[in-house]
Ligand binder design. Structure first.
Ligand SMILES: [Zn+2]
Length: 147
């Protein structure tokens, strides 16, 4: 199992601990080392407003980022996982708002669950930023893997 699988697996496990109905979690990692984790929750945080989210729903990605020294996030990777009540992985691609936040704090790559099983997670990944042709990597460069 490569580190991306291992970290997605860990994120999926963390999602199971989420008391919220939508079981979504995120882990920020530098290389293979997780530095922060969070899950979606209906709660505001003082830092939330300056991170472009005035709404009360704190998304998992933002919850994970809030726990970090923002300077430490440049070049980091974020893993985002969601699970159904039956434990199966579900689509967890960051929403456009979270994407903007990831871009703003300098996180360079995203891995997120798409489906599969906990043992064989199907996931997508993309580089945060803009592609050379001027297109948006969020839309253009997502690749799906389940190897
Ligand atoms: Zn979001």
């Amino acid at each position: 199992m490569d580190r991306h699988h291992r970290l997605l697996h860990l994120t999926l496990k963390h999602a199971a601990e989420n008391p919220h109905d939508t079981k979504m979690a995120a882990i920020v990692a530098i290389g293979s080392k997780p530095i922060s984790k969070g899950y979606n929750q209906v709660k505001s945080h003082p830092k939330q407003k300056c991170l472009f989210n005035p709404r009360r729903l704190l998304h998992a990605e933002l919850a994970a980022i809030i726990g970090c020294n923002l300077d430490a996030l440049v070049g980091a990777t974020i893993y985002v996982a969601r699970r159904y009540m039956n434990g199966m992985p579900a689509l967890a691609k960051p929403c456009p708002m979270c994407h903007e936040i990831l871009l703003a704090v300098g996180i360079k790559r995203v891995y997120y669950t798409i489906g599969g099983t906990p043992e064989n997670i199907e996931f997508g990944t993309y580089r945060v930023g803009y592609s050379k042709g001027g297109g948006d990597a969020y839309r253009d460069q997502t690749t799906v893997r389940n190897d």
